[in-house]
Design a protein around this ligand. Structure first.
Ligand code: IVH
Length: 681
């Protein structure tokens, strides 16, 4: 008996050791993967180690430790959060707008210190998320809390543990020491791409979407069930500690380096500045970097670098004297929804546009904002007279985010969709399943003008010199009404127009003449037939090779083409049977437009010969049908199941079990973007 239990103990020690080695290795690789974005282990190998850990832990639950990567997700839902006092208050920051405010900030420091000795500053992006505090005891994550009112926060430890960039155990190099107790502070946030995806999923599932990444992060952290939080794409940047006194750091710069060495994610855009002038130029730089960042920031924090100096400066009631938040001009504002105008798109789709009481957002006056389409309008529940939140992100068109319902007075009026086309007066239709109301009049002037803009534009014939403005002008002057009119334009006519000269007129006419021999695919895409984009146009061109052959085809012929369904086939038939279309094509021919014959479908030899693709998850920007058709066109193959023959696994949204298998087999996994590039999109 005694001997047996000894053996057991020895066996148990071996398991304990193996578990420790696994935890250490997995945590190290997770750090390289999530924090450093520099993995050195194949995903499949990581998964294998993880599975081994899970299996061992299942056999020996008594050996599970809190820093095991298996412990990130778990626990039962809470009834409510416990409150936790912060040992050192979590202060906020004073805001500054513009460069002068930063100069003023330094002047205040000089006055307070009664010295003009140069000061060094750390500048850090001001993340727009939620401040949290993480407590580590003996190197182990022990407690995590919200900022709360600065003095007392809420215990959200279970939720914070699910965030892969928050270490469960501090890293040490070469058995180095970790502080007995460490209270770090930083910001939890959601990246912009992840936020978009999260909202798309929520909207598909019929759940309310988050207004912005910050709300998404807040909502996710305030979940009582950590299993839900674990599904949210939360991330974390560290920016400080409650008290640096006991740490081997004399300034903020050393502190951030130190925190990085303990395994925390430090923002790469931090900068050590040696004067306030440098701080100001960093601010400008950060502002120019902002549109390209993967996450939202709302400004820059400048901190006096030296801790001894910070100590001397101290704090006011709610904010330290040694730091300031330099804010970017706001890109959101509230204003009043005065009216809704309805525009008509190229395909006759009625698009609502918000007419707003003018408001300054990020330095420009916004008077109109898009409401996308009727369904979006309904989903947002807007009413005329509402106070609305409007946002401008980067260079994109301003959009109405949501109504501020608290401001309703009862005087607001419902928004009604028009019954008649605002441009031509035709009765509008909302067909079958479509979420969109359309004007059915093919001669509707609004549709015509947009159709012409599409024809000359980049996804059409790409006629240089005939952009949106030029087309609007030409239509406005009655110089073109339809596509053939474009080919009758003369240099003299154009040169006489406002804003045109001899040279630009000559160039435009040369470009028009140069577009007279388009490929069939280009021509078909340019016509703007409903449901026929560039991909479908290519399918058609490959199949029929000539315009004449396509024109003699019927619905059944279209349906034979892989990648073309009933909707597209019906739309093609409708279009080409229309006498007006037939007349237009005849006029184009008479004007010398000669659509090129496509090279016959060789059934291979394209750029993807030898490649075998497999899809997992939904694609966002093209249908699987289109994707498959394009692969075939380029000589590739599409597999229906996983096997070693697959050369590319295309990763869509919410991928299935194929992904896990693909990783196990060590297959190449590519994103949708990479796939689009491969097929030349
Ligand atoms: S330092 C006493 N650094 O801004 C210093 N804060 O208004 C207080 N924030 O609640 C924080 N990025 O949520 C600091 N690099 C950064 C920051 C940052 C974002 C947030 C934080 C804080 C708020 C202060």
């Amino acid at each position: 008996m005694a001997r047996l239990s000894l053996l057991n103990n020895a066996g148990k020690d071996a398991v304990r050791q193996r578990l420790q080695a696994l935890r250490q290795e997995l945590n190290l690789h997770a750090h390289r993967y999530y924090v450093l974005d520099d993995p050195i282990l194949a995903d499949a190998e990581y998964d294998r180690l993880f599975q081994e850990l899970l299996a061992l832990e299942q056999q020996h639950p008594e050996l599970i430790t809190p820093d095991s990567p298996s412990q990130r997700v778990g626990g039962t839902p809470l009834a409510q959060f416990k409150t936790v006092p912060h040992s050192v208050p979590m202060l906020s920051l004073e805001n500054a707008f513009g460069a002068e405010a930063l100069v003023d900030f330094e002047e205040r420091l000089f006055r307070f210190l009664q010295s003009r000795t140069p000061i060094s500053y750390m500048t850090e992006p001001k993340l727009d998320g939620l401040a949290v505090e993480l407590v580590y005891e003996e190197g182990l994550f022990a407690l995590g809390s919200t900022r709360g009112d600065g003095l007392v926060g809420e215990d959200i430890s279970l939720n914070l543990k699910t965030i892969p960039t928050i270490p469960l155990r501090l890293l040490t190099r070469d058995g180095g020491e970790v502080p007995k107790r460490l209270e770090v502070r930083g910001e939890v946030f959601i990246g912009l791409a992840e936020f978009k995806k999260l909202n798309e999923e929520r909207s598909k599932a019929g759940e309310p979407i988050f207004a912005n990444p910050r709300n998404g992060a807040a909502g996710s952290l305030r979940q009582l069930d950590p299993k839900i939080t674990a599904t949210r794409p939360l991330d974390f940047f560290v920016y400080g500690v409650s008290d640096p006194i006991a740490l081997p750091c004399r300034n903020q710069h050393e502190l951030l380096t130190y925190l990085g060495s303990l395994g925390f994610k430090v923002n790469p855009l931090i900068h050590l500045c040696h004067s306030i002038a440098e701080v100001i130029s960093q601010f400008a730089q950060l502002q120019s970097q902002r549109p390209a960042l993967a996450y939202d920031i709302d400004g820059m924090v400048a901190k006096v670098n030296d801790f001894a100096l910070q100590e001397r400066l101290g704090a006011k009631a709610r904010s330290p004297r040694w730091a300031i938040a330099a804010k970017f001009p706001a890109s959101q504002a509230t204003t009043r929804l005065v009216a809704v105008e309805f525009g008509v798109g190229r395909t006759g789709a009625i698009t609502p546009v918000a007419i707003l009481e003018p408001v300054q957002i990020g330095g420009v006056t916004v008077r109109r904002a898009t409401l996308h389409n009727e369904d979006e309008l309904r989903r947002k529940g807007l009413m005329l007279g509402d106070t609305v939140l409007v946002q401008r992100a980067g260079d994109v068109i301003p959009e109405v985010v949501k109504p501020v319902e608290e401001n309703r007075t009862g005087q607001e009026q419902p928004i009604t969709m028009p019954a008649l086309c605002p441009e031509c007066g035709f009765s509008l239709v909302r067909a079958g399943q479509e979420a969109i109301t359309r004007c059915p009049n093919p001669n509707c002037p609004a549709q015509r003008i947009r159709g012409l803009i599409h024809f000359t534009g980049k996804s059409g014939m790409d006629i240089e010199g005939l952009g949106k403005k030029a087309v609007e002008q030409l239509v406005g002057q009655g110089l073109i009404r339809d596509i053939p009119d474009i080919y009758q334009l003369k240099v003299e006519t154009l040169a006489a127009l406002d804003g045109w000269g001899e040279k630009s007129a000559e160039n435009a006419v040369r470009a028009i003449q140069g577009s007279k021999t388009p490929t069939l695919a280009k021509f078909l895409a340019a016509l703007g037939i409903r449901h026929v984009g560039e991909v479908t146009a290519q399918l058609l061109a490959r199949h029929f090779a000539s315009l004449a052959r396509l024109l003699s085809a019927g619905e059944a012929d279209f349906l034979q083409i892989e990648g073309i369904g009933e909707q597209v086939a019906a739309s093609l038939v409708d279009y080409f049977q229309d006498p007006a279309v037939q007349e237009m094509l005849a006029r184009l021919e008479a004007l010398g437009v000669r659509v090129q014959e496509e090279k016959p479908d060789s059934g291979g030899g394209g750029g993807l010969t030898g490649s075998v693709f497999l899809f997992t998850g939904g694609l966002a920007r093209l249908s699987r049908h289109e994707a498959k058709a394009r692969i075939k066109e380029l000589g590739g193959q599409v597999a229906s199941g996983i096997s070693r023959k697959v050369t590319h696994v295309v990763l869509g949204e919410s991928p299935g079990s194929k992904l896990t298998k693909a990783r196990e087999l060590g297959l190449t996994v590519i994103t949708e973007d990479e796939f689009l590039r491969l097929i030349g999109r």
